[in-house]
Design a protein around this ligand. Structure first.
Ligand SMILES: [Zn+2]
Length: 139
């Protein structure tokens, strides 16, 4: 699990076994599998609330990694509603949104995972994985 600092282009979306974790399902970590688009290797990802990931704003700030349009076009995030705009312009489910990079250990393809975590309603904590996409660094 790492942060991404170079410009990237987004490729295929991988298939995730489970993308939504409610309350205790995300404690101490949300664990799921995705299938590598290149080699079909089954990879496990583990997301620990308040520990895993980096703020999504680091990706689109000054188009550093990927412009907002690229994040929206690929369905990785949505525009935040006005009442939650303090979380940033782009979020998943209007909740604090994070991302991380990871590599398929079998073929070394690079992936970016986007998720959000927070209280959707009183007593309802949701960890929603928007998806995991193959990416390539731009030269
Ligand atoms: Zn692979």
């Amino acid at each position: 699990m790492y942060s991404i600092s170079k410009k990237i282009s987004i490729g295929k979306k991988a298939t995730l076994a489970k993308d939504r974790f409610v309350n205790d399902e995300a404690i101490p970590a949300a664990i799921t599998q995705f299938t590598c688009c290149s080699c079909n290797h089954e990879n496990t990802i583990k997301i620990s609330p308040y520990q895993s990931g980096f703020p999504i704003i680091q990706v689109y700030h000054e188009d550093k990694v990927l412009p907002k349009s690229g994040l929206l076009k690929n369905g990785m995030v949505a525009e935040t509603s006005q009442r939650m705009i303090h979380l940033g312009e782009l979020t998943v489910n209007d909740l604090p949104t994070l991302y991380f990079g990871t590599d398929c250990p079998s073929c070394l393809s690079k992936y970016i995972c986007v998720f959000s975590y927070g209280e959707r309603q009183p007593g309802l904590e949701i960890l929603q994985i928007s998806g995991i996409w193959e990416y390539q660094e731009l030269k």
